[in-house]
Design a protein around this ligand. Sequence first.
Ligand code: ATP
Ligand code: MG
Length: 190
Amino acid sequence: MGGTFDPIHHGHLVAASEVQSRFELDEVIFVPTGQPWQKGHREVSAAEDRYLMTVIATASNPRFSVSRVDIDRGGPTYTIDTLTDLRATYPDAELFFITGADALEQIVSWHRVEELFSLAHFVGVTRPGYHLNDHHLPRGAVSLVEVPAMAISSTDCRTRVATGRPVWYLVPDGVVQYISKRRLYRATER
Ligand code: ATP
Ligand code: MG
């Protein structure tokens, strides 16, 4: 499961857990993106902070792990590179790529989309506020999975911290504490 994870929240975690169970996956590997110069108009938090929050959030689940491939490659992340690197690390594995409904909508605009589908089976999960469909995608390339609806986004978590509102119960406790310790998302520090 790729993502910016800025910060990781319970929407990511519940989706990963649900897909792990549904497909009986041995492992879900969270892959924080490399450092783009910008994501849209926004500065993205340092890769190490996003990586560590992802480690903190996933540490207690024996089937969850975190990969540094995109962070260590550096620059903007293309999913084709993520999957190529993971394939090299796990030559015999059956790879799945978990993506939310919003990211799936944009999939056709991704780099080298036909090759993507040959590298992994894509799993599109429901997300409140987005319509999940695969009309624009090759038949059979993607499985659509309904997951518990968590109306949580990293954008909202960042806005909450910046405006002094709580993120308790939206992100794992350790992530709340890490955000506070590192003073992430403080409005004055943007
Ligand atoms: P941002 O608001 O910064 O874009 P985000 O909450 O969308 O953050 P991302 O890191 O962009 O989180 O998302 C990583 C992946 O997780 C994407 O495929 C996204 O669709 C999926 N995802 C994020 N939040 C949810 C959610 N609440 N339910 C289901 N899928 C989600
Ligand atoms: Mg997003």
